[in-house]
Ligand binder design. Sequence first.
Ligand code: HEC
Ligand code: HEC
Length: 214
Amino acid sequence: MRLVSLDVDIAAPRDMTRRHSTVATFTLAAVLFAGPLSAQEQLPIRNCTWCHGSSAQGFANAPRIAGQTRQYLEMSLQSFKNHARDNPYSKQYMWGATANLDAEMAHGFAAYFSELPAEPANDGDAALEDQGKAIYSEGLPDENVVSCIVCHGPKAQGYERIPRLGGMGYAYLKRRLEQWGEGYHAAAEPMPRIARNLTTNEINALASYLSFIK
Ligand code: HEC
Ligand code: HEC
């Protein structure tokens, strides 16, 4: 089989006949050379990006999952499936989305999304950034809040089952921290215990600071 060259001619956009033949050539090439699909290509990624955004940077209530650690993504999917993560949006959206997910698919989705580049949401309150940074780095010893940096890392990049927080959306981070204080469960300790000691103002500051991290 001969490799069909992709004749993309963007210099002549008004030449519709030529553009159509280019599209046809591309489709043909894709059909001829796709070969057997790898496990990852068989995953119905659109079942997820439908809610999480086309490049998985988050959309509406669904958080960014692009660039999240693989182990955390996999653990989260399991926690929705076995209903351990029980806050309202998890129940409403993710329990259904994971109902028919087997372990192999969860592994595949986690591997796929962890490889995508993560973009910062940049949507917090800039006036609270310094306060958030101080709590993140030093904790609040008087209120029995440990520093976040010891687990989530200096750039909030996460590690294995500890999620990357840097650049996640403000509203999502705020909601997560508040809901643990309200008694909803997590996939793993220790977050409910830590979040219970944070005030609304401290949560706003942390969520703001984190949303700006690249
Ligand atoms: C109907 C919309 C919808 C669909 C479909 C959906 N999600 Fe979600 N997902 C959400 C929402 C909303 C949340 C936030 C839950 C919360 O607030 O705790 C979420 C949360 C998550 C989380 C937790 C992220 C974190 O940082 O803790 C992961 C992982 C996830 N989804 C992966 C997926 C994957 C993989 C698929 C496809 C198999 C998928 N989602 C399909 C709406 C959806
Ligand atoms: C001892 C280690 C540890 C410390 C300290 C810690 N975390 Fe976490 N954090 C975790 C783990 C593990 C998870 C995953 C737990 C889960 O999803 O149930 C997590 C999850 C989170 C999430 C959820 C992210 C998502 O994608 O849904 C947020 C938000 C968070 N932590 C914020 C913080 C903040 C803010 C602090 C400091 C006040 C902090 N954490 C301190 C270990 C830690």
